[in-house]
Write a protein that binds this ligand. Sequence first.
Ligand SMILES: [Mg+2]
Length: 210
Amino acid sequence: MTARFLVVLDADSTLIRNEVIELIADEAGRGAEVAAATEAAMRGETDFATSLRSRVSALAGVPVAAFERVLARIEPTPGVRDLTAAVHARGGIVGVVSGGFHEILDELAPALGVDVWRANRLAVADGSVTGEVAGAIVDAQAKADQLAAWAAEHGVAPHRTIAIGDGANDLRMIAAAGLGLAFNAKPRVRAEAPLVVGTVDLAQVIPLLP
Ligand SMILES: [Mg+2]
């Protein structure tokens, strides 16, 4: 399928208002600790992959059945369905690339009008999270690489790509895209992105679509 253009969003604090890893950590009674570590990682104060492995280790023992409660707590960002509908109406496609988890995004993404998505996977044994990440970690470079791969796959020229994110691990895809947007973003991301959307409303992106 070829597309006129490609919009790639980050998931946590961009597509949705939450940080999913914090919601899963709540199920292990370690929400506050993981929230502090996530905040530091998103500000770019710690190496993403190292931080993610450490935070995921705090999730050990959470039953997969608890993901239903996590999903119920997720709040989509205002305007997200307006944005995905507008992209489709103009012949574009929507991707989400996340340092979060397929276990949640596989339910969430299609419901919000997302066409393609990629995230990390939590290792599971005997119906519970083991505390390890399964496979290669989706870090800042993996996000930028995925944007380029989707563009190539759908016949979209690099200058017709838009990347939207809030965290330090979004900066490489923001730099790689034709248009990079800091959205609901950490100070470093606001400082480095070409354009800043200050209002937490994804419909604000619609006038920027090609
Ligand atoms: Mg984020």
